[in-house]
Design a protein around this ligand. Structure first.
Ligand SMILES: Cc1ncc(COP(=O)(O)O)c(C=O)c1O
Length: 428
């Protein structure tokens, strides 16, 4: 008699996981979510220390979000946004425009951070074609940029480990050095590139305040406002990628709010539907949108769309999530932030920790590198045994908990990470 394989064995037979060396893959099967915790099939609970890849906002299995999803499912799970429309799609767009930086009046939906960025790149490119500036075809990005994994997004990426191999496939972009504490060098290079080449440049795409996947690298808050001025002066679009920083992560709804910057395009995903369903939005100004208007036969419209663009289930959750964020979750995050910041400060004192970086609920713990092993991977593996799910970016361990984190959760996040770091230094 053949026995049914375990889920772990079946996973290893049939799956190929993202960013995973399948040859060394050790599956952990998650059964359910309860607030800020994930629960495995044996009933073990783990604090979701990275918000299920930076997208969970209010915790798992939230009754209000569940209700919004179920109510919408009872009405309409999906109908295309190509040629039709629906209430959740319309109402979420209106709600996004109401909270977005001034001047962003048009919402184009898609389903991931990568597509949100691709769409901004393509819309910027087409805009310049439409307004008679066809030479503006190139894009600027920051050093060590990360904007997603589809080819257009990889073309404006600069993380060698992920992107180098695909070099021959890409539309290459121009790198502006990543700003350090003193960002004057980056700005000087930007100014020089713009003075020389602005006539060929469509847009500058960058993450404001924090470069997440680069290792939670912080910018001086003065940097993006100066970039915005330079871009405006040289007629180059500013695309702000707030896929990671959006929806309260840095402490305000968007990092752009804190910086007082209104970009030409704003890319949103991850937290937009609370981490429940895949949804993304690219917001643009009325000026950009207007350039695409005309008669059908003019063929000026934007020939881009995905099957699940504007999915009603995701939009319904997005509407509820935005309301919840404003009324409950952002205030709660601000109450817990001092305790989390104190924990980050204590982490920086640990042996084996070189430094910590924090902007709101985006935290990087920089570990001392070792030639013989990947300390980041090892720390995350051990933290699991202490009830905390973490993920590393090289030698950086990331803390990116749901914004609904409770003060008791901070203690577990800290103790689990501390024990893991100490264990990895002195195993046994
Ligand atoms: C800043 C930024 N942009 C884009 C992306 C890509 O988003 P997705 O994984 O949903 O395609 C990410 C993902 O981590 C991101 O952090």
């Amino acid at each position: 008699m053949t026995r049914e394989p375990t889920l772990e064995a079946l996973d290893q037979q049939v799956l190929w996981h993202p960013f995973t060396q399948m040859g060394e893959w050790d599956p952990l099967v998650i059964d359910r979510g309860e607030g800020n915790y994930l629960v495995d099939r044996a009933g073990r609970r783990y604090l979701d220390g990275v918000s299920s890849l930076w997208c969970n906002v209010h915790g798992h299995n939230h009754p209000r979000l569940n209700r919004a999803l179920a109510d919408q499912a009872a009405k309409l799970a999906h109908s295309t946004f190509l040629g039709l429309t629906h209430e959740p799609g319309i109402r979420l767009a209106a709600a996004l425009v109401a909270v977005a930086p001034r001047g962003l009046t048009r919402v184009f939906y898609s389903d991931s951070g990568s597509t949100a960025v691709e769409i901004a790149l393509k819309q910027s490119f087409q805009y310049w074609q439409l307004v008679g500036r066809p030479a503006k075809q190139r894009f600027l990005r920051l050093g060590e940029a990360y904007h997603g994994d589809t080819l257009g997004a990889v073309g404006v990426g600069g993380i060698d480990l992920f992107h180098r191999i695909f070099g021959p496939l890409l539309t290459r972009s121009i790198a502006i050095p990543r700003p350090d504490e003193d960002h004057e060098h980056s700005l000087a290079v930007l100014e020089e590139v713009l003075a020389r080449q602005a006539g060929e440049i469509a847009a500058f795409v960058l993450e404001p305040l924090v470069q997440g996947a680069a290792g939670m690298l912080l910018q001086n808050p003065g940097f993006v406002p100066r970039v915005a001025e330079l871009c405006r002066a040289h007629e180059v679009h500013l695309i702000l990628d707030e896929v990671a920083t959006g929806f309260g992560r840095t402490g305000s709804m968007f990092a752009s709010d804190r910086l007082g910057v209104s970009p030409d395009f704003l890319c949103l995903a991850k937290g937009i539907a609370a981490g429940y369903l895949p949804l993304a939005a690219t917001l643009a100004t009325e000026e950009i949108y207007s350039a695409f208007l005309g008669r059908r036969a003019d063929l000026k419209h934007f020939f881009h769309g995905h099957t699940f663009t504007g999915n009603p289930l995701a939009c319904a959750v997005g509407i509820e999530s935005l309301a919840l964020l404003q009324s409950e979750t952002l205030p709660s995050m601000h109450r817990v932030l001092p305790a989390l910041t104190a924990a980050v400060d204590r982490m920086s004192e640990l042996p084996g920790v070189v430094s910590t970086r924090q902007c709101g609920f985006m935290i990087g713990i920089q570990l001392a590198s070792r030639a013989d092993r990947s300390v980041g991977v090892d720390v995350c593996a051990v933290a699991r045994n202490h009830g905390v799910i973490l993920r590393n970016l090289g030698d950086v361990v990331v803390w990116m908990p749901p914004l609904s984190l409770a003060s008791g959760d901070v203690e577990l996040l800290e103790s689990g990470t501390r024990e893991a770091i100490l264990h990895v230094q002195h195993p046994g």
